[in-house]
Design a protein around this ligand. Structure first.
Ligand SMILES: C[S@@+](CC[C@H](N)C(=O)[O-])C[C@H]1O[C@@H](n2cnc3c(N)ncnc32)[C@H](O)[C@@H]1O
Length: 282
């Protein structure tokens, strides 16, 4: 696959791709996330399947989270928002109660969407949090909520990563090398996620809860393989823009070696986290 095919996201500073491999990775991640969390919407959040109940998914990507939710919610209105339409399915193929919109969550929210949502959901938004500060994203998500509405934000805590091996004698140097290279392109020394509950409170959200979901050992290999796809994607996107600066072409062999090591029993692992809060009623 040529680098040109893997760099559809140039222009908005997004360091991942938006082609069919990127979409497949996101859709697979959706089901792995659902398995690890055990829920789509946290059970503390009351949900009604009625026409006046509205759910927004910010940075929706392929819209997979809402499409999956539509299997249970046939009347509630489901709106996905993303800065790019590149990964949206054709609107004719969406569930009847779902629609997708272009929206930059870092810019002022159009009046038509302000204060309209009972639930605002966000997942895997690490790439759009700038300067280790989710405040601008949080403020805008807060403004989408109805009074009494709930915000749910789930993400990888990249600061918690470690390497785990299936038995002590197994090597993990290739996996480590791949992670260190990827780190140059997608910064991982970010502590905003651990601080997210405090930031929810600072923005005025109430009843804030924060849950840690360490993935179980039987998903380690699959998540490690997705991580290799992620590493390859981020390298190819960089190769299309500033790859030369990062010595990117040499990384592809390194990723394949890391994938082989993962298959033998060496994996990166990190905790999945979910923070929930409620906008005050008045
Ligand atoms: C890693 S994907 C996650 C997709 C989806 N939330 C999921 O869990 O499957 C991040 C998404 O954020 C979108 N995005 C990036 N910058 C954005 C912005 N400023 N406003 C809205 N969406 C943005 C990207 O286009 C991409 O679809």
């Amino acid at each position: 696959m040529s680098p040109a095919q893997r760099m559809p996201s140039e222009g908005d500073g997004y360091y991942l791709g938006r082609d069919y491999v990127s979409s497949s990775r996101l859709n697979l991640m959706h089901y792995l996330w659902k398995d690890v969390l055990g829920y789509s919407i946290h059970p503390d959040i009351p949900v009604q399947d009625s026409e006046d109940f509205r759910i927004a998914d910010v940075g929706t990507g392929t819209g997979i989270w809402l499409i999956d939710l539509s299997r249970q919610l046939h009347s509630a209105r489901l709106d996905g928002f993303d800065i790019s339409t590149d990964q949206f399915p054709p609107k004719q193929w969406l569930p009847e109660n779902m629609s997708l919109h272009t929206l930059d969550i870092l810019k002022p929210i159009p009046e038509e969407f302000k204060g309209k949502y009972d639930v605002v959901h966000a997942r895997l938004l690490l790439p759009l949090v700038k300067n280790n500060d989710p405040t601008p994203v949080l403020k805008n998500m807060f403004s989408l909520l109805k009074p009494g509405g709930y915000l749910q934000w789930s993400d990888h805590n990249v600061t918690t990563w470690s390497i785990v091996t299936a038995s002590p004698e197994l090597g993990s140097s290739k996996v480590r090398a791949m992670i260190e290279e990827t780190d140059k392109l997608a910064p991982s020394k970010l502590n905003w996620l651990s601080q997210l509950p405090y930031n929810f409170i600072k923005q005025g959200l109430q009843d804030v809860s924060h849950r840690l979901h360490p993935p179980p050992p039987d998903l380690r290999l699959f998540l490690a393989q997705v991580h290799c796809v992620f590493a390859e994607e981020i390298n190819l996107v960089a190769m299309g823009s500033n790859g030369a600066d990062h010595g990117v072409p040499s990384n592809r062999r390194q990723i394949q070696e890391a994938a082989k090591e993962a298959q033998e029993g060496a994996a990166i692992q990190y905790v999945f986290e979910c923070t929930v809060g409620r906008k005050p009623v008045a």
